[in-house]
Write a protein that binds this ligand. Structure first.
Ligand SMILES: *Cc1c(COP(=O)(O)O)cnc(C)c1O
Length: 393
């Protein structure tokens, strides 16, 4: 007979989802009301305002798409790419590749600007691509590449797009709430994110924001958007002005309670304080890892504090180690993806999971588990090194 599912309480220090707080889980369990109930419509407006704060934007078209981050990505591409368009796509990891796929499925031509995994997008290469392809109408880039733990200079890249009369599509799934992101000040045009990374909410929603220039481009389309569900002209009617709301689909009501709560928590903490918290715990983790003799895979200046790529030492059984972490410590860390599989771990310090307790647990569990595999390390020194960073802050 089937039984109710009671998952264990894990500590989620991988590439997402991250730990969800009791406060957000509590919001998720509140009574479901109708999606056209005036109280729910008012909540939708609040969510929009809180998202504008998180994205640092005044864009009117700011809302959560009712599906995960990949749907936000797709919403940006299907609305802004028309058949025959040329799009410069920066690829330095998994998600740039997914962007390329989106461009091609929209009938566009993707001009790839490639950088090695573990390196940021080269602004010079993008400038050269615009020179070679003056017809390019869009630039697509990933601000925080979760597959490699690298931050690219989204501000400079968005400025470059503007200089060439192109719009920018920016993936901020992992950056939102974790590192500085200023949609309006940077002039980013179509920006999407996710809820399960640094916002520490349940997966399943994708906050997006479109600049007035992007909205103009969408409204000027001559062809209908290929996706009915993600057609922003239709979605706008549902999320648009509160006076007149047209049924489009049924919003995932309780998920929006959860997102509202997570965004409230972000605003209570303050964006800058949240960024500083991610930075501080990252510094502590890196100091502890160094004391264990472990090396970071990404140069310090491009590292994401919320996603730490760590080189797996020679001779370590990666799969066995992660299995022990999960089974004996209830701790999930991420494996390497693609070219980095078996070569790196990805240790997340995202949102609610970004705490001193988790840094300590992670260092202790890694030291213990590596010792079981025969490595000689000094766990005490690692904890001291991490604590020295946290105590100094
Ligand atoms: C997680 C992630 C996505 C995809 O989000 P889903 O919610 O898994 O669809 C896209 N881009 C980046 C950079 C991510 O980290």
């Amino acid at each position: 007979m089937n039984q109710s599912f009671f998952p264990p309480r894990r500590i989620l220090m991988g590439p997402g989802p991250s730990d969800v707080s009791a406060r957000v889980l509590g919001a998720l369990g509140r009574p479901t009301i109708g999606h056209l109930d005036p109280l729910f419509v008012a909540l939708m407006d609040e969510v929009k305002g809180l998202l504008q704060y998180a994205f640092q934007t005044e864009n009117a078209l700011t809302l959560p798409i009712s599906a995960p981050g990949s749907a936000g990505m797709e919403a940006c591409f299907v609305n802004l790419v028309s058949p025959g368009d040329t799009v410069i796509v920066c690829r330095n990891g998994v998600f740039g590749g997914r962007m390329q796929e989106n461009v091609e499925r929209c009938g566009g031509t993707a001009i790839l600007v490639e950088d090695d995994w573990g390196q940021p997008v080269s602004v010079d290469k993008v400038a050269a691509a615009f020179k070679a392809h003056p017809e390019a109408s869009l630039l697509a880039l990933v601000h925080a590449e979760t597959s490699t733990g690298v931050r690219s200079d989204a501000e400079a890249l968005c400025a470059l797009a503007r200089e060439h009369g192109a719009l920018s599509i920016v993936d901020t799934v992992t950056s939102l709430g974790g590192i500085e992101l200023k949609v309006d000040a940077w002039g980013a045009d179509a920006v999407y994110s996710g809820t399960q990374k640094c916002l520490s909410c349940i997966p399943g929603l994708s906050p997006v924001t479109f600049s007035p220039r992007a909205v103009e481009r969408i409204q000027a389309r001559s062809e209908r958007v290929q996706s009915w569900f993600l057609d922003m002209q239709l979605v706008m009617g549902y999320w648009g002005g509160s006076s007149k709301r047209a049924y489009h689909h049924t919003a995932p009501i309780n998920l929006l309670y959860a997102l509202h709560e997570a965004l409230l928590m972000l605003r209570e903490e303050g964006l800058e304080a949240a960024h500083a918290r991610h930075r501080r715990h990252h510094d502590a983790l890196v100091a502890g890892l160094a004391a264990l003799g472990l090396e970071m895979a990404v140069a310090a200046e491009y590292r994401l504090p919320q996603l730490n790529a760590v080189r797996i030492p020679e001779g370590v059984d990666d799969a066995a180690l992660r299995k022990t972490l999960l089974e004996d410590f209830n701790l999930e860390i991420g494996a390497g993806l693609g070219a980095l599989a078996g070569k790196t771990w990805r240790i997340g310090l995202m949102g609610h999971a970004c705490t001193a307790a988790n840094v300590t647990l992670c260092l202790t569990a890694l030291a213990t588990t590596l010792a079981r595999q025969g490595l000689r390390l000094d766990a005490g020194a690692a904890l001291e090194a991490a604590d020295a960073v946290l105590a100094a802050a």
